[in-house]
Structure formats: structure tokens, C-alpha cells
Design a binder for this molecule. Sequence first.
Ligand code: GLC
Length: 506
Amino acid sequence: MGKVVVALAAGCAVAACVVASMMVERSVRRRRAWRRVVRLLEELEEGCATPVGRLRQVVDAMAVEMHAGLASEGGSKLKMLLTYVHKLPTGKERGTYYALHLGGTNSRVLRVQLGGQRSTIIGRDLDRQPIPQNLMTSTSEELFDFVATLLKDFVEREEKGSITTQQESRELGFTFSFPVKQTSSSSGNLIKWTKGFSVEDMVGRDVSECLQQAISRKGLDMRVAVLVNDTVGTLALGHYDDEDTVAAVIFGTGTNACYLERADAIIKCQGLLTTSGGMVVNMEWGNFWSSHLPRTSYDIDLDADSPNPNDQGFEKMISGMYLGDIVRRVILQMSQESDVFGPVSSKLHVPFILRTHLMAAMHEDDSPNLTEVARVLKDTLEIPDVPFSVRRLVVNICDVVTRRAARLAAAGIVGILKKIGRDGSGGIAGGKTKVGSKNKMMRRTVVAVEGGLYTDYTMFREYLNEAMEEILGEDVAPYVVIKMTKDGSGIGAALLAASHSASSTG
Ligand code: GLC
């Protein structure tokens, strides 16, 4: 009996030792795994660092590249495309105009009625439709038939029951959010696709003509009066609302900027004769590149896996199409190197599965247990039951990626201001600022901004505004106003159709 008790006791002791050593081993493993992910997070932070000194280098590089892009075709990765838009709407325009916007994710149709008094858009109606995924890689005819049908349905709905007889053809402002080499303010050829589009038979073709043909196929009486980039539409509405607006930036699926360039800069650089005060230049800044941009292995992989490698480098670090995918790649790496996310979920291998609005929802989750983070991880990435510390880690990843994006975006904006002598320092072109009298010479300068990344992602917006102040300094920053416009890319195109129209009194 005594022997049995001793044997049992010995057995229990061994079992307890085994359990204890397993627990120790598990906790050592857990600690090691945790150390690995912390190291990966630190590496990410280092790789994405944007101290103000580096941002200033990006500012300078942007201004230099703008000069180079204006000086000669192919002189820079910045295309600096001339738009032939010399005059921005003044507010005197009258009449009813339509606009169609073919963007990265949605297509929008709208109609504005202009009353001829400043800021009196007396009516605006809008219809928004997501662009079906299959059309992004189909044929030009299918893509343009889709938008022309939207347009026709919208016109019929808008004009139903209207007793006014259509005297003249309806006028349309067409916003096409891709790089176009304009041949006039109403025509231009597609240079290349961006943002995941790839309708091969369109490249090199006249975009307005394709739309005009589709409109005719639908039997609609409508003339494409202007063809603009979304940045240009945004600048037009921004300027209509506030004459101090000199540039416009889009932070949406893609990112880009345009600004008002002095006529002499354009004449000097491109031998183009202009009679009026300047011209809007579509920078296509999504393709900007500089060795000062903080690039990580995740960016390199994202670029290599994309349909347009070595292209749109700035866009791939900043815009809504890509931010969520950078975060997915970081989580995948951490999951492969440790078990803090449990077994590696197959969803982590699916490109673009983590959309940027979901990333924003995780980043801005203010619930005490980070329940939104847990929900997105579970529903979208099929990673269930992660502890609080891992949820917190995910928030940190989102923070690092968005902070870098917003701060680089701010540096880009200041780069434009520098080029046009509105950054308070005189700019490399020689500014009007006298040393020691910075404030007196600095004029109020408005930059119109549009796109969901800025309007709907508070942290992105706050980081951008904070970086603007840091770069410009507290004396100059108050003169620079970042103003959100809503649907400016579309409304602005309608305004430009009006200001370019013979029938408008503007
Ligand atoms: C992409 C397009 C550009 C557009 C921007 C924002 O960068 O190339 O034309 O303005 O997205 O939509």
C-alpha cells in the first residue's frame, strides 16, 4: 500500500513537472514570438520614419521634379501635363450643365444649374454607381457603354416632366481620373492606366471621342464640352468658391495634384504661347519618385506584385487603394514569423482583401476592448480570437502606415507651394519673399482637397494637417488653408463646361 502511495506521489510529481515545464516552454515560446513581432514593428517604424528633415528633402525633390517635368517631356517621373484650362470659373456662369466622372472606384453623373451670381449653384443632383470589377479590364466599348447608359438614364430621370424644350445640345464636363495627354481642353489621349484598370484598347486613344461615340450609340443628344482630370475639376470648384485656391489634391483610390502655373513658366518651358494668365498643370504626382522617400520591403513587394511595377511609386505609399494592402502584408509577415495571430490564415495571402476603409475602422477603433479590430480580423482575415495585445499591435501597424502616407502627402503639397513661391521661403524659382519680412509677403493660399482618404479617415487628415504645420513652421502655416471640397471633381467639370461654353454668359 505504502509503495503504491509513493509511486502515485512520484507519478504526480513527474506529471506536475512536465506540465510546469510545458507551461514554461509555452510562455518562453510566446515571449519569443512576441519579441519577433515587436522587432518587426520596430523595423516597420524605422523604415517608415518621416522626421521633418526628411520631409523637407521630399519638399525640395518635389519642387525640383516639377521644374524638370515642365522643362521637357520625359524630363521627370512627374508628367506635368498641360490641361489647356486657362480660365477657371468665375461665378458668372449660367445655364444647366451635366458632368460625368469616371474615377477609380465609382462613376458619378450630375447636373448643376448655375444662376450667374457668385456661389449660386441653384441645383445639383447626383447619381453614383460602383464600376463593376469586370469592366476595369474589359474593352473600351463595354466600359464607355456602361457610363453612357448611366448618363442616359440620369438625363431621362432629370428631365422627365420638364416642359423646357431643349434648344441646344446638352453640354457635358467629362472628368476622367487617369493620365491623359490633352490636345485641347476638350480632347486628349490616354497615356496609361493606373489604379488597377487595364482596358488595353484604350491606351493612346482619344478619351472624349470614345465617350462621344458611346453617347451617340445610346441616342443621347449631348456634347463633351470639356475633358478634365479629377484634380482639375476639384481646383475649378475650389476656385469658384474661393479665389485664393491655387492647387487641388485628390486623396482617394489614387492620389494626384494640379495647380495653376504662371504663363511665363509654361512659355519658357514648353514654347507654348498663351495669352491669358496661366494654365492648370496636372502633375500626375502619383508617379513621383525620390530617393528620400522612406521605402520598406513591404512597398517593394507590393510594387513587384502590382500590374504596374516601377510606376506610381508615390501613389502606392499614399493612396486608398494601397494602404490597406501594406497593412495586410505586414500582418502576413508577422503571422509567418510567429504564432501571435494563430495559424497563418489563407486570407492573408489575398491581395487587396483588407480595404483601406476597414484599416481606418481598426485604426480609429476607440472601444475599450478594440472590438472593431477583432471584428475585422475575424470577418475579413479569418483570424479569430486574438488577445488585446495583438489587437493593439494591429492598431500600431495601421498608425505607422497612415502616418507615413499623410506626412508624405503634406510634403508633396508644400513642394507645390515651394514651386509657386507660396511656401513662405521664396522657392527655388526665386520668390517674392523678402528676408525678415516673411509674413508681410506671404499671401493667403488655399489648397482644395477631395477624396475619401482625407474626408473620411480622421487620423490621415490630422496627421497631414500636423505635418503641414511642422514643415511650414508656425509663422507661415496659418496662411495656408487646406479646404475640403465635396464632389468638386464632378461639379468642377460642369463649371468648366459652363465657362468654356459659348451659351454661358460667363
Ligand atoms: C491616379 C490617376 C490620376 C488621378 C488620381 C486620383 O493617380 O493617374 O489621373 O487624378 O489617380 O484619382
